[in-house]
Design a protein around this ligand. Structure first.
Ligand code: ATP
Ligand code: MG
Length: 463
């Protein structure tokens, strides 16, 4: 049986069989279909003041794309001919930020309008054969700024005061056709910044766009180059993908173009080869896809996962497989070690906060508490009141949804949690101190002379 979401022979993205126009003339279009109330008032204020002072200025990037698609933009960015100091001079509430490329945050309460000076072509890099952009700090014209952006649909400039959209890159046509394409030669643009592979996947899955043939071919050719991008940036993009409700589609694309094998080789290996005749291999991949699907569905129902939950989803099945291979009777310590082996190498390379990593491991290790809660030394009430309980329960809900079992247990634990939260604080404290006390007594009885002597000298301090 084939899981409906595991691509077989089909290419997972729909084909964009469109000619790629090399000649993209400057097109100016009326933007009558954008209702003015959809445009942020603070952004409009910044634009108007820049323009009144003689500086060319536009709304740019994601907000123009989203306005044209009738979606609500996440934020409104501005690009202008004014240099950072000139912008700063016009706005008392402006803060110059950034070391490498300085831009200005114009701040209205907790709302920030990012205002950047047009950037130009970074020019030839020192090593002629190496396209990777490391510096990006030359000022330029509006057209140059548009051309150095990543995808055509992200390269549109909008002047709401004139009601006009400037298109130097063919973005309007691609928006109409629902196609995602790099600006310029995809092989060059992706080699310059391989993270654009993940950005392409993010926009294609989020907007339901097809990826143009040449762009897709370059993504497949250059997926290995993702090794050269800064790991924190790469993992941040993956976690962002996973928090956007299109994880399943995004991971299918990452797998199909080879990005998954580069970035998360253990996950790629876990999913096995496409046409593995072994039914166990197929079930294994199926269980992974189902968990990603559950994450998406849960998110659409309004439950945003935390970073530890997302990390746990990424590695849960890999850890469970290792545990299964080791057989029965593994304790918390074994689980924790296996979880560390799987998660630590990737998470620390990406410099994820230690706390998030530790928490991800704890909520994975905690999963067995939901199904076999009556272990020795287990205090359900302390588990219910532990800080990681809500995230552990979130992961348990995802597992129940993914594999269609354990839903009754989930409901029961949720109810227990509700009741535990109503318990008076003193009762919990006394239970905690009883548990600590019990642990100390046991340790002393065992007669480990060092810990006993240590405890005595420190006046019974725990550690
Ligand atoms: P979102 O809605 O997710 O914020 P966005 O299009 O606004 O999408 P951002 O990451 O906020 O994306 O970037 C803003 C704009 O900056 C993009 O629309 C694009 O024009 C440009 N940009 C961002 N990252 C890159 C990149 N790696 N290479 C070239 N241009 C980029
Ligand atoms: Mg944005």
């Amino acid at each position: 049986m084939t899981h409906p979401f595991e691509p077989d022979d089909d290419d997972p993205r729909a084909f964009a069989d469109l000619a790629s126009p090399d000649e993209r003339p400057h097109r100016v279009a009326r933007a009558d279909e954008i209702p003015s109330e959809h445009i942020d008032q603070d952004a409009r204020r910044v634009l108007s003041r820049l323009q009144r002072n003689g500086f060319e200025a536009y709304l740019v990037g994601g907000c123009v794309r989203d306005l044209l698609l009738g979606r609500r933009p996440k934020d409104f960015d501005i690009a202008t001919a004014a240099h950072p100091r000139q912008i700063k001079r016009l706005f008392r509430n402006g803060r110059i930020i950034g070391r490498r490329f300085r831009l200005v945050h114009v701040v209205y309460g907790d709302h920030v309008i990012e205002t950047a000076t047009f950037r130009g072509d970074p020019g030839a890099s020192e090593d002629e054969g190496d396209l990777l952009i490391r510096e990006d700090n030359v000022f330029g014209t509006a057209e140059e700024d548009a051309r150095r952006r990543d995808f055509t649909i992200n390269g549109l400039f909008f002047d709401p005061n004139e009601g006009v959209i400037h298109d130097w890159v063919g973005g309007l046509a691609d928006l109409e056709d629902g196609v995602l394409r790099t600006i310029g030669d995809p092989a060059i643009r992706i080699a310059e910044d391989p993270v654009r592979i993940l950005r392409a996947i993010k926009f294609a899955t989020r907007l339901g766009f097809r990826i143009g043939d040449e762009t897709w071919a370059a993504m497949c050719d250059l997926a290995g180059d993702l090794m050269r991008s800064a790991p924190p940036r790469v993992l941040e993009e993956i976690l962002r993908l996973m928090r956007s409700g299109t994880t399943l589609g995004a991971f299918r694309m990452m797998r199909a173009c080879g990005a998954l094998a580069t970035l998360l080789p253990t996950v790629d290996e876990f999913l096995g080869t496409r046409n593995d005749p072994d039914p166990a291999a197929h079930d294994r991949a199926d269980s992974y896809w189902r968990l990603l699907e559950a994450l998406d569905t849960d998110l659409h129902a309004g439950n945003d996962p935390t970073t530890p939950v997302v990390l746990a989803v990424l590695f849960l099945r890999l850890i469970e497989r290792r545990v299964d291979e080791r057989g029965e009777g593994l304790g918390d310590g074994d689980w924790a070690r296996i979880a560390s082996d799987e998660i630590d190498p990737i998470a620390s390379r990406a410099r994820l906060p230690r706390r998030a990593i530790e928490r991800a491991k704890r909520i994975i290790t905690a999963q067995r508490r939901f199904t076999q809660p009556s272990k020795k030394n287990f205090r359900p009430l302390l588990f219910l009141r532990s800080s990681e309980f809500p995230e552990a329960l979130h992961l348990f809900r995802l597992r129940s949804a993914a594999w269609g079992q354990g839903w009754d247990l989930y409901e029961a634990w949720r109810e227990r949690h509700r009741r535990a939260l109503e318990m008076p604080e003193e009762e919990i404290d006394s239970l905690r101190s009883k548990t600590r006390h019990g642990r100390r007594r046991r340790r002393r009885r065992r007669g480990g002379s060092r810990s006993e002597r240590g405890a005595g000298r420190d006046g019974g301090r725990e550690d």
